[in-house]
Design a protein around this ligand. Sequence first.
Ligand SMILES: Nc1nc2c(ncn2[C@@H]2O[C@H](COP(=O)(O)OP(=O)(O)O)[C@@H](O)[C@H]2O)c(=O)[nH]1
Ligand SMILES: [Mg+2]
Length: 245
Amino acid sequence: MCTVCGCESAQPPADPAHHHDHGHPALHTRVLQLEQDILAGNNHVAQHVREHLAQHHTLALNLVSSPGSGKTTLLVETIRRLSPQRPVAVIEGDQQTSLDAERIRATGAPAIQINTGKGCHLDARMVHDALHDLPDLPNGVLLIENVGNLVCPASFDLGEAHKVLVFSITEGEDKPLKYPDMFQAADLVLLSKCDLLPYLAFDLDKAMACIHQVNPKAQVFQLSATKGMGMNDWLNWIERECAAT
Ligand SMILES: Nc1nc2c(ncn2[C@@H]2O[C@H](COP(=O)(O)OP(=O)(O)O)[C@@H](O)[C@H]2O)c(=O)[nH]1
Ligand SMILES: [Mg+2]
């Protein structure tokens, strides 16, 4: 189990053929209770964050993905196109370094870097505390780059309006089937690095089928942040969501 976040891996496996002995049943029950308490506490803070953002008509998006799928590159290109019309700020989550916050600040947008150390996800308390150090964003957008990890961030509500999953075509078509919780938690999937399609044996139809097998409602946009392809779909989606906020 993940002792840092009490994530879903502490649950008994659904397939009894793959059951592992986790020790004494009483201990197992205690672990499950601890996990539920952590998530309930997180949900409470997330609701507070959500209310605060709603008061300022701020759209918050929680970007989740594997490491290296292109989140920061996408954020930089998004901020370039969004501001100054809309106020934008970024919360960056990584285990170590301020490298991503520096990349964001180079655009002129404010960014707070959170280092999670051994932790594998951001939680609502971290976002709550970071908001104290960011300006209010009336009718603006708060972009949260979660720690690169397709497992634990699925369980943690940060008070966002939507989880947006950046799924790079270099990861293989089958990732939605292997990490269904994350793909189910996302309302929008951005299929990134599509400029590389001619060079990879990536089956687009198969990837779309895998995404919709685990999440039939997910919207999917194909894009390339480096080449600018598909950015309008993404920006129009943000504008629609801002209008609805
Ligand atoms: N070909 C291509 N490479 C990209 C694209 N977006 C990001 N990358 C590269 O992918 C690597 C990881 O990008 P980064 O934005 O740091 O990913 P993150 O870890 O998800 O934040 C870098 O080398 C980027 O230059 C893209 O649209 N096309
Ligand atoms: Mg990054």
